[in-house]
Design a protein around this ligand. Structure first.
Ligand code: RNT
Ligand code: ZN
Length: 419
């Protein structure tokens, strides 16, 4: 039997198994097809970007590894993303950072960036049927230091306020151009390596800076604010903590970004979805994988990711949740890293879509908790993978591990030739 026939046959069997527990597999496939994942640009080049000075390092984030083949210019980033897209089904988005502008070899400081630096990206994205999301970049700059928007020094603070305002204006232009809101994420590393006696003061400054930044209302972009537990060399205090942004987001109706690597390792990010849905307008996700700390490992199909996806599906909140990825592993093939991470995220959502929710909720309503737990357990081994293979087949992308040689081929022909 050919692989195609095998996949089709397994799919037909899976469909019946799922129907027996009340799950409509075709509906699940439709939902998966609609799931648009924002591909972060920064896995292509280890978060370096294209400013003439280059990322100056530091500022709380760090890519580790020196696997050959990093993208060195905009053309290479585009080529790499185009390659990634050939291995994943669905229609997706592309998440740009401000430092990835097309500065034409000129030194354009962060308080000088304009939409014109991103028109090339916009045109390319349109051609590739991608929608663009955007991020202001506070890190890796001579003025980054330990404090940016929360800096008591007005000169430095104003520089970053200007950068962030411009990032919002650029996002608005992108949103207009693509006729779809550009989701702009604001993450700053601000914090302290050692103990501070001014926790309140920096948070007050940050609140004021944000109020100033958000004073202009836009129609074609949406603001997200991303918290963090700690950054490298900023271990003792983070100004933009989860409590801070949760409070700010609830009060000012801003989208709170949940980066799955930004919490205590035993804290459930999945559990936060249902609360945020009640008090903030929408949710942005940075799906990542922390290994012992915010290590930004490639997303895999682990329990945390599956539970996160399930919670979104259970809350019927797909139209209010933006799914983006955030990892940067410089120690393995970077294109392979994307393909693994996107496919793992899709698999997690597919498992969410295939959950026998009606039956589970019926058990719960009846107080049948043994039955609920039993079905939850059995659902884990229902043949979701047959549905996944069918999704890949119908999307004309590799089935299972067949994407490995495809990625190897690109490495041989393209990335291995970069010095
Ligand atoms: C850092 C945050 C942030 C960055 C990107 C590059 O810890 O997760 O989202 O990873 O903006
Ligand atoms: Zn993040």
């Amino acid at each position: 039997m050919s692989k195609t026939e095998l996949v089709q046959k397994s799919f037909e069997i899976a469909k019946e198994r799922y129907a027996a527990v009340g799950v409509d597999v075709e509906a699940a496939l439709k939902n998966l097809q609609k799931l648009s994942i924002s591909l972060h640009c920064w896995q292509t080049d280890d978060v370096v970007g294209f400013e003439t000075l280059g990322n100056q390092g530091g500022s709380g984030i760090q890519a580790t590894g020196n696997y050959p083949g990093r993208a060195r210019n905009i053309g290479e980033v585009k080529a790499d993303i185009e390659e990634v897209l050939t291995h994943i089904g669905g229609t997706h988005r592309f998440n740009l950072h401000a430092i990835y502008g097309d500065f034409g070899g000129k030194s354009v400081d962060r308080d000088q960036i304009e939409a014109s630096h991103f028109t090339g990206w916009m045109e390319w994205a349109k051609e590739k049927n991608l929608k663009i999301d955007f991020n202001s970049s506070s890190f890796g700059h001579p003025k980054s230091g330990d404090l940016t928007l929360a800096n008591p020094d007005k000169g430095i603070r104003d520089f970053w306020i200007e950068h962030t305002k411009r990032s919002r204006a650029i996002s608005e232009e992108i949103g207009k151009f693509q006729n779809d809101p550009c989701i702009m994420n604001l993450w700053i590393h601000d914090g302290m390596k050692d103990l501070t006696v001014n926790r309140l003061k920096y948070r007050q400054i940050l609140e004021q800076s944000l109020d100033d930044i958000f004073a202009t209302d836009y129609k074609n972009m949406k603001d997200c604010i991303e918290s963090k537990l700690f950054g490298i060399a900023l271990e003792s205090y983070t100004v933009g903590s989860h409590d801070f942004y949760l409070g700010y987001g609830a009060k000012k109706q801003k989208i709170v970004t949940l980066d799955t690597g930004h919490f205590h390792l035993t804290e459930s990010v999945a559990d936060k979805i249902s609360s945020l849905l009640l008090f903030t307008p929408e949710i942005m996700l940075h799906v990542s994988r922390p290994v012992r700390w915010d290590s930004d490992h490639v997303v895999t199909l682990n329990e945390d990711t599956i539970e996160l996806a399930r919670e979104i599906v259970r809350a019927d909140a797909l139209d209010r949740v933006h799914v983006g990825l955030d990892f940067f592993d410089a120690s393995i093939n970077r294109i392979g890293a994307y393909v693994i991470g996107v496919r793992a995220t899709q698999k997690a959502f597919l498992q969410g879509f295939l959950e026998p929710l009606t039956q589970l909720r019926e058990y719960e309503a009846n107080g049948q908790y043994f039955e609920r737990l039993a079905l939850l357990e059995e659902a884990k081994s229902l043949p979701w993978n047959a549905v996944w293979d069918y999704f890949c087949l119908t999307n004309n992308v590799e089935i299972g591990e067949d994407f490995i040689p495809a990625v190897q081929k690109y490495e041989k022909n393209v990335t291995s030739k970069r010095s």
